[in-house]
Structure formats: structure tokens, C-alpha cells
Design a protein around this ligand. Structure first.
Ligand code: BTN
Length: 342
């Protein structure tokens, strides 16, 4: 009887061997040697990989061949873990076709003492959550929805820094991998031409002076086209497909983002790293210097965003003087709206 862990290892080894021989037929005997196991175990691993959506061709009497994964739309956890092999933080990917919320999945693992570096990924959430108790909706198999387990050495008042780091990493991925310019709207939205392409939600548990764990969850609209956008958000949402004019392999976006986010988390944990992170964020943040409306606990403030504090809070000059918002909903105003009080 093969144990689940051994099965995962076999899948990983088969995938790795096929990746080492791109486009070539890899014989079953080579795979059995590599796995030090039976043909049957190899066959089982190949079947599981195929179930995950990895495009493997079985060639009778000869072996197996990995077809191109360049445009692959499926999210295979084995494949994603393979591409995380050089990632200093993330090494485990849990894929669920459906779940309540990936935030909940990660919180459960965190409470069972799981280590940082796990990514929970799904196609459908029955209780997908956005900020301030809102829901997060996304059509099946088009976008990215995932949460990450983090154990940063931050104070609870600094959790906002995780949103800023994640936002920066998404912006870098969109720009450098997809060629799509985007705007960072404090604290955790990524917009393209004023429309939302990505939302981020960070939650943490801890004591007043330390965090036990944090969960950063991200929803990126990747391959949803105009017909997939729910009516209520049609005017305010966009996607990589809409902005870039073509579908994107979601696994590539995820792997690229996780590399960039891990690097920013390393920066954040280094001496003086928060200051460096904030200076990167300020440079990329579209909110700073703008006339904005801030909605916090049913109160509305209009003013000009002037900066970000060391904890990641927003500094706003209002007619009542300077105000600092640790967390709030921000609306960017056009100049005329700002001047008129919008
Ligand atoms: C927001 O813009 O309000 C934040 C949205 C965060 C959505 C993501 S999708 C994956 C993860 N699981 C959730 O339930 N929410 C986050």
C-alpha cells in the first residue's frame, strides 16, 4: 500500500523527470528507476498528474511525454510546487476544486502549528470573503483565489505592511510578466485604468506585541472576460484578459507573484527592511498626492493623501487637519470632485 506522502513524492519525481526531458519520450523503465518503484506506481503517479491537468501523453510501449505547459490553464499543485523549488518561503501548494474560503483553510492549518509557506488555492469559494465583511465572487476556473500562511516578525499594528507588500508584488507581476501597467490603491487594491483587477485581505492572530500567524488572501481577475463579470461590479472590475487582450496561464502568474512576494517578505524581515519596503510602496502608490474620500466606520472624510506611516497607515490632510487611517475604504476622486467635496 502506497502512503499519500509517497504518492505525492512519486508525482513530484515523475513531473521533474518529464520536465528534464522536454518534448521527449521518457520510458517507463527510466521512471521506475528514478522512483525506485514499480511500473504500477509510475502509472498511478502519471494518472494522478493527468487528473491534476498536467498534459502528459502516454505512448504505448514507449513511455510518456510532457506536452507544452506554456498556455496551460489548469492549476496543478505538483507542477506549482515544482516551480516553487527555488522560492525561499513558499514550498507547499494545496489545491481544492471547491472550498468555503481559502482564508479559513489556512487559519485551520495555522492553528494546527503548520509552518509558514503554505499556499491554499481554489477554483470556487462558497464563503469567499473580501474586506469589511464583503463577499468575494469569482467565476470558476478563470481567476486566481489563494491564501498564504505567514509567520512574520511583525507587531499586530503592522499587519497592513503585508497588504502593501502583496500589492507591490502583484503590481510587479502584472507589469513584468503580463506587460500590464497598474495602480496601487491604498491599502490593498490593484487597479487598471481605475478598475479593480485584484483585491487583498490580510488577517492575523496574536498578542498585543507579537503575531502568531498571518493569512494573506488574494483574488486576481485573470481570464474572466466581460460576460463573466457579475452585473453589480461590471463598471468597476477588470481582468488580465481584458487589459492584456489575451488569456494568461494562471500558474505562471501565481509562481511569479510568490517569488516576488517572498523576496519582499525577506526584505521586510531584514534590518531596516520595512523602511525600504515603504519607500518602494510610496513610489508605486497611486493614492498618494491624490484627492480622496475616506470612509471609516460610516464616517466620511475628504482630503489629500500625503503619505504612509511606518506601520503602513495612510496620512490624509483634511479641512480639519491631518488624519491618520490605519484601515479604511478609500475612493480616488477626480480633481473636480475633490475640490467640490465630491
Ligand atoms: C477585497 O478586495 O476586499 C479583498 C478580497 C480578497 C479575496 C481573496 S480570494 C482568496 C481569499 N479567500 C477569501 O475568502 N478571500 C481572499
Amino acid at each position: 500500500m502506497i502512503k499519500p506522502n509517497e504518492e505525492a513524492n512519486s508525482r513530484a519525481q515523475v513531473f521533474e523527470t518529464l520536465m528534464e526531458n522536454p518534448g521527449a519520450i521518457v520510458s517507463s523503465s527510466l521512471l521506475t528507476q528514478r522512483l525506485s518503484s514499480s511500473r504500477q506506481a509510475v502509472f498511478k503517479a502519471v494518472c494522478s498528474l493527468k487528473d491534476e491537468g498536467v498534459p502528459i501523453e502516454s505512448i504505448p510501449q514507449k513511455g510518456y511525454r510532457l506536452e507544452s505547459i506554456d498556455e496551460l490553464q489548469k492549476l496543478s499543485p505538483t507542477m506549482i510546487e515544482f516551480f516553487l523549488r527555488d522560492n525561499p518561503l513558499f514550498n507547499r501548494c494545496i489545491y481544492m476544486r471547491e472550498t468555503d474560503s481559502t482564508q479559513k483553510v489556512i487559519k485551520k492549518l495555522a492553528m494546527q502549528e503548520a509552518e509558514a509557506g503554505i499556499v491554499a488555492l481554489t477554483e470556487r469559494q462558497s464563503e469567499g470573503r473580501g474586506r469589511r465583511g464583503r463577499s468575494w465572487q469569482s467565476p470558476d476556473e478563470k481567476n486566481l483565489m489563494f491564501s498564504m500562511l505567514l509567520r512574520p516578525t511583525l507587531k499586530p499594528g503592522e499587519v497592513q505592511l503585508l497588504n502593501l507588500a502583496a500589492g507591490l508584488a502583484v503590481k510587479e507581476t502584472l507589469g513584468e510578466l503580463c506587460g500590464i501597467p497598474s495602480e496601487l490603491k491604498w491599502p490593498n487594491d490593484i487597479l487598471c485604468r481605475g478598475k479593480k483587477l485584484c483585491g487583498i485581505l490580510s488577517e492575523a492572530a496574536g498578542e498585543p506585541d507579537r503575531i502568531y500567524y498571518a493569512v494573506t488572501g488574494i483574488g486576481i481577475n485573470v481570464n474572466m472576460g466581460p460576460p463573466d463579470i457579475p452585473e453589480e461590479i461590471a463598471g468597476v472590475a477588470t481582468s488580465v484578459l481584458i487589459e492584456g487582450g489575451r488569456r494568461f496561464a494562471r500558474w505562471k502568474l501565481l509562481v511569479d507573484f510568490l517569488a516576488r512576494f517572498a523576496a519582499l517578505m525577506e526584505l521586510l524581515s531584514s534590518r531596516g527592511g520595512a523602511v525600504k519596503l515603504l519607500s518602494l510602496y510610496r513610489r508605486g502608490c497611486d493614492t498618494i498626492g491624490r484627492e480622496i474620500r475616506v470612509v471609516q466606520d460610516e464616517e466620511i472624510f475628504n482630503g489629500r493623501a500625503t503619505g504612509i506611516t511606518p506601520e503602513g497607515a495612510l496620512v490624509v490632510h483634511t479641512s480639519d487637519g491631518e488624519k491618520i487611517f490605519a484601515a479604511a475604504d478609500v475612493h480616488h476622486l477626480r480633481m473636480a470632485e475633490g475640490v467640490n467635496g465630491g
